[in-house]
Design a protein around this ligand. Structure first.
Ligand code: SAM
Length: 262
């Protein structure tokens, strides 16, 4: 299944193919696929991960945008190939169609759209068991950041309320062909079993407004948003967005005055 077969890496599809056997084994071990369990790989490419994954899982659903690569992958009967932009795949509907209660998701993601992919999957988190992704190391640093540090960002706050996350592997550029210009790492994301109940669009909007001017005090950004949305509680706006812990954003989004009309 593996081998480039003359395929030339397409930059616009974020194609950096894994070529380090030790790293590939490390990622597959971290995922630890079990036979028969539903598993989706995003961006299988030349099958560096796909091959060892399918050897352990027995079957695998793959989502690949590149038409030529999807055609090659379709030759393998153990692969259920979805030729599509992953951002257009309704994972909840897919799980329902395939009869999966919950599905595991993994992949060496195209770095140019990694944040949109993480946000897209957040909309489908209720059918996801866990996620293992190769990402730019700098993106993982933001995902795992603590308040009051430079990496603490909208991405941190949008993901930490819903997932427990940890870095499981560091991956240097030379593990890829062609090598990317940045360091990479693999993150494990496990949806919290009992997440706080909140209206996600409200949470997303208030977090976006808070981080829209991250150098200024919140009264210039979030303060205005709260006023426009009829917030009738108290919140310390004399801070910067990066100083507010995730649980305070969650509490704000759950405030009765901000709930959508029933
Ligand atoms: N898994 C392979 C590996 O580790 O060598 C390839 C990883 S490469 C970084 C990213 C893969 O995602 C490529 O195969 C690329 O064609 C695919 N891809 C890019 N954009 C995509 C999208 N929007 N939806 C699905 N796949 C995409």
């Amino acid at each position: 299944m593996r081998g480039s077969g003359g395929h030339v890496a397409r930059k616009r599809f974020g194609q950096n193919f894994l070529c380090d056997g030790g790293i590939i084994a490390g990622i597959v071990d971290a995922i630890a696929p079990r036979a028969g369990e539903p598993l989706i790989e995003i961006g299988p490419g030349l099958a560096a991960l796909t091959q060892p994954l399918v050897e352990r899982a027995g079957q695998l659903t793959v989502i690949e945008l590149d038409r030529d690569l999807a055609a090659r992958l379709r030759q393998h009967p153990q692969l259920d190939v979805i030729e599509s932009d992953v951002l257009k795949v309704d994972v909840t509907a897919l799980a329902a169609e395939r009869g999966w209660e919950r599905v595991r998701v993994c992949g060496n993601l195209p770095y140019n759209i990694s944040t949109p992919i993480l946000f897209h999957l957040l909309d489908h988190v209720d059918v996801i068991r866990d996620q293992h992704f190769m990402l730019q190391k700098e993106v993982i640093d933001r995902m795992l950041a603590e308040p009051a540090c430079g990496d603490y960002s909208r991405l941190t706050v949008m993901l930490q309320w819903r997932y427990a996350m940890e870095q499981v592997l560091f991956v240097p550029p030379e593990s890829f062909d062609p090598p990317p210009r940045v360091n990479s790492a693999v993150v494990r994301m496990v949806p919290l079993a009992e997440p706080p109940q909140l209206h996600l669009p409200t949470y997303a909007a208030l977090v976006q407004s808070a981080f829209s001017q991250r150098r200024k005090l919140l009264r210039h950004s979030l303060g205005r948003w709260l006023e426009e949305h009829g917030f009738a509680g108290s919140f310390d706006l004399q801070r910067r967005a990066e100083e507010v812990p995730v649980h305070e954003y969650v509490a704000l989004a759950r405030h009765p005055s901000l709930q959508p009309e029933a």
